[in-house]
Write a protein that binds this ligand. Structure first.
Ligand code: GLN
Length: 304
């Protein structure tokens, strides 16, 4: 399908002026981002690409990185991973501590911060150099070595990261963290600081639209069963306490981050990434969600 016409319509119809949210400021470095930025990139199963706006500018992918670390953890642990994590939507904000108390330190899912921090612990425990191995994995599935951590963003988050530090301490007290707290949060702040463009993200996520194989080389990276589970988790838990709304409006498995990025996939068909830094009150890109709603409505292509 030729998606360019539809992307052009979305770009013409939508503006950052129409949204009312705010750029994330609890990570000081993210508050400096230009709120006018808006870009979108679609990467199709036939290797055609369509885009508009700031689609090649890198931004902080933040929680989108949780999908990459989950994929690595599933490769390392297989089904044993689910002894340490649950697979239910949380219905709570991404940084919430409350459910951990009555659910004995087992996070609801791998995409809330509590769950991603347990995954950081697993990667730190099992890999010699988790930061390098995460970079290698992301570069490989993207087919692009120009992907790096943004050290400024990582240290900025560290300077105000009390909630995440509290989460790791609390889960450790409840017996579901093995490593020391400091290296876990250091790794987590680095993974969140990964800087990628919409173009790079849509290429990377093609692995989840292509049943675990790199599209261009046909190299098998993840088992189809792993991909099925990751996509199911993106569908049910990818947008925290707005996962139902995203499913309802857009109808695709996806993942957001507080840098204003969203990536979504349609199995066997396409991967789409959008970036607009203004967030709604749930911490998801306000314009990004609207753009994806228009995209699946105008194309008539969603999983439902
Ligand atoms: N690094 C961010 C945090 O831990 C990621 C949150 C997000 O993107 N939703 O708060």
């Amino acid at each position: 399908m030729d998606y360019q016409q539809i992307l052009n319509t979305i770009q013409e119809e939508m503006s950052y002026r129409d949204v009312t949210g705010k750029v994330a400021s609890y990570i000081p470095e993210l508050a400096k981002v230009d709120q006018k930025k808006f870009g979108m990139h679609v990467y199709c199963g036939d290797q055609k690409n369509f885009s508009f706006g700031d689609s090649e500018e890198k931004f902080s992918i933040q929680s989108i990185s949780k999908v990459f670390t989950l994929a690595i953890a599933m490769r390392l642990m297989g089904e044993d991973l689910w002894d340490r994590l649950n697979v239910e939507p949380s219905g709570d904000p991404f940084n919430s501590l409350t459910q951990l108390e009555y659910e004995s330190g087992i996070p609801r899912n791998p995409f809330i911060n509590a769950g991603a921090l347990v995954i950081s612990d697993i990667l730190l425990d099992q890999l010699d150099d988790p930061k390098q191995e995460l970079l290698d994995f992301v570069r490989k599935i993207t087919g692009d070595d120009d992907i790096h951590y943004d050290k400024k963003v990582a240290s900025s988050e560290k300077s105000t990261g009390y909630r995440n530090i509290a989460l790791v301490n609390y889960i450790k007290a409840l017996g579901n963290i093995k490593c020391d707290v400091e290296p876990i949060v250091d790794f987590y702040f680095h993974q969140c600081s990964l800087a990628m463009s919409c173009k790079q993200l849509s290429r990377a996520f093609m692995i989840f639209a292509n049943r675990g194989k790199i599209l261009e080389t046909n190299e098998k990276i993840l088992k189809p069963k792993t991909v099925k589970r990751i996509n199911a988790l993106m569908q049910t838990c990818g947008f925290y306490d707005e996962a139902g709304e995203f499913s309802f409006q857009v109808g695709l498995p996806g993942k957001s981050g507080v840098g204003g990025g969203i990536v979504a996939i349609h199995p066997d068909n396409y991967s789409v990434a959008v970036w607009s830094p203004i967030l709604n009150e749930k911490g998801n890109s306000e314009l990004g969600m609207k753009a994806l709603e228009r995209f699946t409505t105008l194309t008539g292509v969603s999983v439902f």
